[in-house]
Design a protein around this ligand. Structure first.
Ligand SMILES: [Zn+2]
Ligand SMILES: [Zn+2]
Length: 133
């Protein structure tokens, strides 16, 4: 399974792991940095789901390849229940994103199948009953 996130802006869909940084929202969407600069420039709405994002922590730049030091310090000092809560939210985010990827791929596959010529038409030979010896 492809364990990478893609920019949720449909015109972009860039793989986010390459850049290592992305802008995540509290409505479980994630965008590449260059899209986010344009999309959130004076706009307090999620371009994917139209949720209003007017709180300071609604849109955050996150590092997707955090250093060991960052991992050590980012949750340090937080109470265990807070740590677990953050982890649960992050997992829900990841689950939502990967399920979106799967449904998108399925839709693309279905469209491909409906297009004429996507699959070779059965040849007349294969439709004929087997010839007698
Ligand atoms: Zn993008
Ligand atoms: Zn959203």
């Amino acid at each position: 399974m492809d364990e990478s996130l893609h920019c949720n802006w449909l015109k972009c869909r860039k793989s986010l792991l390459v850049e290592g940084k992305a802008v995540a929202t509290t409505c479980s969407h994630i965008f590449c940095v260059s899209c986010a600069e344009t999309l959130f420039n004076g706009n307090k709405q999620c371009p994917a789901c139209k949720t209003v994002l007017d709180q300071p922590d609604d849109v955050v730049l996150s590092s997707l390849n955090p250093s060991a030091d960052y991992r050590t310090s980012v949750l340090a000092g937080l109470a265990p229940d807070v740590v677990v809560d953050i982890a649960a939210r992050s997992l829900a985010f990841w689950q939502y994103q990967t399920s979106q990827e799967v449904s998108e791929r399925t839709t693309e596959g279905q469209i491909a199948c409906m297009l004429p010529g996507a699959h070779p038409a059965p040849t007349s030979r294969s439709c004929r009953p087997p010839s007698k010896p």
